[in-house]
Design a protein around this ligand. Structure first.
Ligand SMILES: [Zn+2]
Length: 184
């Protein structure tokens, strides 16, 4: 199968079986994730996700990554996402985009492992969804499983305050029907 070169503004799409939950990820973001994951191999790495939700809260667009906090710690099988500088980053983001871009979840890499949440991942992510201070009741987790010689696999999950973990599957669209921010 040939690789398609996607424009950076293209949004890749994932959806739950029930079709209620949709997550879109910009190709630019996907490339950033890939690049960081490979740069930190064989250790895990990750950051918070920046994006927006539809009015009903079930459709999310991931549009950017928060910076990697300097106090983050990654080993081969674990990752602690630091907090240094993040409060300031998200405050500034709110101001710049008049509240239209904000925190929507987390991503991290699974070197030499499938992009499936560990028990710790479930626990951390559910804690965020349930945290009323974060106000992210439908919190996204993106995992990238990869080896040194590439082969990237992406796992996308929504953690719902009410429903717990919901797996999403990638929806492949033909080039001419790929959603782009300008056509929405
Ligand atoms: Zn993990």
């Amino acid at each position: 199968m040939g690789k398609r070169i996607l424009p950076n503004s293209t949004l890749l799409k994932w959806q739950s079986d029930c079709q209620k939950y949709t997550v879109r990820l910009s190709n630019a973001c996907f490339l950033k994730i890939k690049k960081m994951a490979h740069a930190h191999y064989p250790n895990e790495v990750g950051t918070s996700l920046v994006g927006c939700y539809s009015d009903n809260g079930f459709e999310a667009s991931v549009l950017d990554l928060a910076p990697l906090s300097p106090d983050s710690k990654g080993s081969r099988t674990s990752f602690y996402r630091g907090v240094a500088g993040l409060r300031k980053f998200f405050m500034k983001l709110r101001q710049t985009f008049s509240g239209k871009r904000h925190y929507v979840g987390e991503w991290h890499s699974h070197p030499d492992a499938p992009p499936f949440p560990s028990q710790t991942d479930d626990k951390n992510q559910l804690a965020i969804a349930k945290d009323t201070n974060t106000t992210c009741p439908e919190c996204i987790l993106i995992l990238i499983g990869h080896t040194l010689s590439s082969v990237d696999e992406i796992g996308v999950f929504v953690y719902s305050r009410k429903r717990g973990r919901i797996p999403l599957a990638q929806i492949y669209q033909s080039q001419d029907t790929v959603d782009s921010p300008t056509s929405v």
